[in-house]
Design a protein around this ligand. Structure first.
Ligand code: F3S
Length: 415
């Protein structure tokens, strides 16, 4: 890879050993991916935390190894707009989810250091809902696969899928290797998905994404025949695309900023493959992720990816004056910035009064503190991961179906 004098000097250690290491990570990654050069990055979204799922997967050793990365990283300043991905819990909720002291202590240390290093501690998987909204063409380095698809496909920004080290390195040295969807030639669609099913809810868009992710693998799909999506529809689509497969971006003809038409999305070429998403594919996408052996549920999880203020408002108004069934809990996941708005506007109280809970800055599959027997959720991504990470039975349904299950204690298929 060709490096500029500035990049070579950083790699040679003129800015200190940790930034030299960061530069080596980026160069080695770029070399492996066939990049020709490093390009300036304007926006990063990084995991700057000691995540619960790693700790509970591997024990104390993982807290130590996370701190070995985070302590030296936070001795430096970020070079650009840098927000943070989820943590394991909002600090007001540590006691409620019985977080062990050693993890709390490590996280409190990280929060102070990262704040001083210039990270904006958004703690969310949907940074575009709390102010990190890159413009078309902006080069980004984002972790969180659902947000990566959203940034590329809905906002027209450019980011490959980053891991913890590469996103932190990019935030500190200000460069990323140029490969994948950072290049025009890799952004064109090759898989055409003709959508004939009626998409009524954001979860239906999740079903479309989950189906397409499985078909696409690493390809870029273009959707033809969908209605105009809402922000919530697009959020579910993008999350499910990155869960069902390894999709980094998609096109929705007429919606994705750089492709106003199907022909433009395909770069004027015929698609390599073409599939149809009809009513039976829609039904199968739901049934594929339903592992329940009974309709009695004990847990409702909403807000995957993190809920917008609009979603919280709709849920609050639906629950107003009602109460969850005995023994059922509702966890609505969101960023604390969104929760603050919801509290100010009275929506949070309506949810609390109904017996629900706004779970901040994380989600159950990442905090790993949820014990449930049978979950109903509106997020295909949550349903996919909950099966393995929480070891609960799972039902995926739209938000109304989930709330009705929460209110009665039993799920019934309303489709
Ligand atoms: Fe966010 Fe957790 Fe879903 S991190 S995308 S709410 S699995």
């Amino acid at each position: 890879m060709e490096l500029t004098d500035e990049q070579r000097q950083i790699m040679d250690g003129t800015s200190g050993p940790f930034l030299a290491k960061c530069m080596r990570w980026l160069v080695e990654w770029g070399d492996a991916m066939g990049a020709q050069r490093l390009v300036p990055v304007a926006n990063t979204h990084a995991l700057v935390t000691v995540p619960g799922n790693l700790v509970w997967g591997a024990g104390q050793k993982t807290i130590e190894s996370a701190m070995e990365l985070l302590r030296p990283a936070c001795q430096h300043r970020v070079c650009c707009h840098s927000t943070t991905h989820i943590t394991f819990a909002h600090e007001e909720q540590y006691d409620e989810i019985e977080m062990p002291q050693e993890q709390v202590a490590a996280q409190l240390e990280v929060m102070d250091m990262a704040h001083d290093a210039g990270f904006l501690m958004t703690y969310t998987c949907a940074p575009y809902l709390v102010g990190n909204v890159p413009l078309k063409g902006e080069i980004c380095a984002w972790t969180e696969s659902s947000a990566v698809v959203y940034a590329n496909s809905i906002l027209g920004a450019r980011t490959t899928r980053h891991g913890t080290e590469s996103a932190i390195a990019a935030a500190l040295v200000g460069f990323v290797p140029e490969f994948g969807v950072l290049l025009d030639e890799n952004r064109w669609a090759t898989l055409q998905v003709d959508v004939t099913a009626q998409l009524h809810t954001p979860t239906d868009w999740g079903a479309l994404g989950y189906f397409t992710g499985k078909v696409a693998g690493l390809e870029v799909p273009v959707f033809q025949g969908t209605p105009q999506p809402s922000q919530e529809d697009a959020k579910q689509l993008c999350a499910a695309l990155a869960t069902g497969g390894g999709v980094t971006m998609c096109h929705i003809a007429g919606v994705t900023p750089e492709a106003a038409t199907l022909e433009q999305a395909l770069d004027g070429k015929p698609p390599r493959r073409r599939v149809t998403f009809g009513e039976s594919e829609l039904r199968n996408a739901y049934s594929q992720l339903r592992t329940h052996t009974d309709d009695a549920i004990d847990t409702v999880i909403l807000g995957c990816p993190h809920a917008s203020l609009q979603e919280i408002a709709e849920i609050a108004l639906y629950l107003k004056g009602k109460h969850l069934a005995d023994g059922v809990r509702l966890w609505l996941c969101t960023a604390y910035a969104t929760r603050s708005n919801a509290e100010r506007l009275g929506y949070a109280k309506m949810i609390y009064d109904a017996g629900g809970y706004l779970f901040c800055d994380t989600c159950p599959t990442n905090s790993m503190r949820l014990k449930a027997e049978r979950i109903v959720t509106a997020g295909f991504k949550q349903a996919h991961y909950a099966r393995n990470m929480i070891e609960a039975e799972v039902i995926v349904d739209n938000v109304k179906g989930c709330l009705d299950a929460g209110l009665t204690g039993r799920w019934s298929d309303g489709r």
